[in-house]
Design a protein around this ligand. Sequence first.
Ligand code: PMP
Length: 415
Amino acid sequence: ESRFDQARFIPADAIFALTAQYQEDLSPQKVNLGQGTYRDADGRPWVLPSVKKARESLFEQGLNHEYLPIVGLLKFQQATARLVLGAELSAELGIKVATCQSLSGTGALHLAGLLLRACQKSPPKVYIPEPTWSNHHQVFGSLGFPCESFKYYDHERNDMDIESYYSTLERAEPNSVVILHACAHNPTGLDPSEEHWRQIAHLMKARNLFPLFDAAYLGFNSGNLDEDAFAIRLFIGEMNMEAGICVSFAKNMGLYGERVGCFLLANKSKQIAVNTQSMLEMLQRSEVSNPPAFGARIASQILGRDDLKKMWYADMITMSDRIRSMRNALYDHLVSLGAPGAWEHLIRQSGMFGFLGLSLEIVLRLRGLSSIIILTWRVKEKYHIYMADNSRISIAGLNEGNVEYVARSIAQCLQ
Ligand code: PMP
């Protein structure tokens, strides 16, 4: 008998498992469209020139390996608040914003959950769009929050379902939390328009719902960080709402493995902020003691030096432009190859992902998976294209060398 008899077997994370499957495939044709990590035009991971330069300058300064303070590198947090809120709003709010460096975006979401749970008698309901990034349910579910999905996307029309969104907010239990993808909604690539955001903010304010922004793609989506931060600044600035922001620098700085993130909380008063700040410190101490230093130092260099910040803005344009051009190339190839179906939704979307709208059967076929249904078909051709089960593709995995192969394979499978 073991005290762990009750342990359940949890299947591996689908996206990480997909990467492992891709790595085992020996075909030179293989294409990885699973994990959302940027790749350059040659399909290789890209270290941003601004990051390279910041890294070199850190080494020149002579790094030590001391602990950071519990809530992290102060300069990094201040620069992040200024970056996300904009100089004007962050100066206006001043210390009404509590900040805590986190283990990337995931850690920021988790910290937000810990704080929300610690500040309420019972954990409020968390409304999560459907579909969403799969970890949202795990992070908030594992903290004991009741999670409720609401319809965000209409699979028939391949478009956002804004009416369902509004009606969810109109009947949501007051005091609930709503997870908002600040931009580049994962997986659909569709965001509310500015008018939609205004309406969402009004409805949420009227019902006293707490906006928790998941901001994993600021600047990476459009290439312009201010544009991508529109919704955050609308809620906190113009609408004067209390809101949490979970910032990740994984994508926009390409610092995936360094785990660089920050939780920002715009509070109603300075006194509340002093208290929430102290609670974040206690919660962080008990979870990770203090956050990792290296990545935050890189980000802090970039955000704090005009020359590096300028380079970084150019790097974000490089990444978002390449993704946009690959999105267009995939669309053009699908159309010119006569792939059955309509593909306009692909170019309406933005950000790292394309949400194709393929059935699971087609997705598995593209992965070259043997199943009884496709055994006969396999004799003809086996494909080596790896995408998530819901047919979300990471567009960064496309390049001039493989985009036609991907489009042709999709077209053939649909014929
Ligand atoms: N939120 C969303 C919507 C994401 O897509 C991601 C990354 N895939 C994250 C949060 C967090 O990622 P990380 O913890 O690596 O910053």
